[in-house]
Design a protein around this ligand. Structure first.
Ligand code: TPP
Length: 328
């Protein structure tokens, strides 16, 4: 499935791919300093899924993510400075320094949030969509999650509910073939595709190459048009691969096969698109783009490092709990 991509959109997607890659490479380089004290899951190798889908979204469209959230946050227009400050636990972070990498949130950017309990943002996204539907607003909600999340009850219940109510939701499953270190063959029956699960729940179900940003863009175009038309939810399964360990900046080359890792690295979503745009004559000077991004990252890192930690009183602010006597 392909759709025409304008030169402007191509360049925007290229820039976003490169920017997300460079931001995460910088986080990986700085992580050993131990100033970022939160567990951090990298999307290096998986950037095209976030970029190809979010290229269609407006500021007031909403997305939800999970523990592997940086690419989604940046592709949706989240603030790089606020994201890095959050990783450093600073008061200027997008969650006021109290969440870290796995709890990004930015309602200004239409980023509903990231929650590391696997599958948990799926019903949150569906609930937000349902409330919008009840208000007659029908705001688009896109929910990103991994293949592991399709093994939760929350996924099935949420998609079933979304189908019954014909909610304008697009679920994007980034199938990177692993849940931590357990490969998909050990978790799913042979010959049954994840996309078939969504079809069984009555969603429009699509599947494709998650490392080709234009394929993602085309699938998302179809899925979003379906969801916005009132026909109900759509689901996209995108095959991709994370290059780094499940959590952290290292490469787990002793735990996954070298041939498998090499094969996926040879299908680098950033290089694939760069080569294509150069061949089409749309991009000539990637160094200029790279330098601009580098300068932006330098400034954002400096901002994050120089920002203050939250005040002590912040510790209990924005916390909601029910006391033993039932009061909130
Ligand atoms: C309910 C729950 N069970 C287990 C975990 C531990 N856990 C964290 S990430 C993860 C793997 C999730 O895999 P997937 O959804 O495919 O996302 P990926 O890490 O591949 O992006 C697991 C099992 C958890 N966080 N929440």
């Amino acid at each position: 499935m392909q759709v025409e991509v304008s030169a402007d959109t191509s360049l925007t997607m290229m820039r976003n791919l490169l920017r997300i890659r460079m931001v995460e490479e910088r986080i990986a380089a700085l992580y050993p300093e131990q100033e970022m004290r939160c567990p951090t899951h990298f999307s290096i190798g998986q950037e095209a899924t976030a970029v190809g889908v979010c290229a269609h979204l407006q500021k007031d469209d909403l997305i939800a993510s999970a523990h592997r959230s940086h690419a989604h946050y940046l592709a949706k227009g989240g603030n790089l400075r606020a994201m890095l400050a959050e990783l450093y636990g600073k008061a200027t972070g997008c969650a006021k320094g109290k969440g870290g990498s796995m709890h990004l949130i930015d309602l200004e950017a239409g980023f509903l949030g990231a929650v590391p309990v696997v599958g948990s943002t799926i019903p949150i996204g569906v609930g937000v969509s349902f409330s919008s539907h009840l208000r007659g607003e029908s705001q688009l909600v896109v929910i990103f999650f991994g293949d592991g999340a399709t093994e939760t009850g929350a996924f099935h219940e949420s998609l079933n509910f979304a189908s019954i109510h014909k909610l304008p939701i697009v679920m994007v499953c980034e199938n990177n073939l692993y849940s931590v270190l357990t490969p998909i063959e050990a978790r799913h029956p042979e010959g049954r595709e994840i996309a078939q699960l969504a079809e069984a729940h009555g969603a429009l179900s699509l599947q494709g190459d998650g490392n080709d940003v234009e394929t993602v863009y085309a699938l998302a175009d179809h899925a979003i048009a379906h969801a916005r038309s009132g026909a109900g939810p759509a689901f996209i399964e995108l095959k991709t691969y994370r290059w780094l360990e499940h959590c952290g900046p290292l490469v787990d080359s002793n735990l996954r096969s070298k041939s498998e890792m090499d094969a996926w690295r040879a299908r680098d979503p950033v290089t694939i698109y760069l080569d294509r745009l150069i061949a089409r004559g749309i991009l000539s000077d990637v160094e200029e783009m790279r330098n601009e991004i580098e300068a932006e990252i330098d400034a954002a890192v400096a901002f994050a490092k120089e920002s203050p930690f939250p005040e002590r009183e912040e510790m209990t602010r924005h916390l909601y709990a029910t006391a033993a006597d039932g009061s909130a």
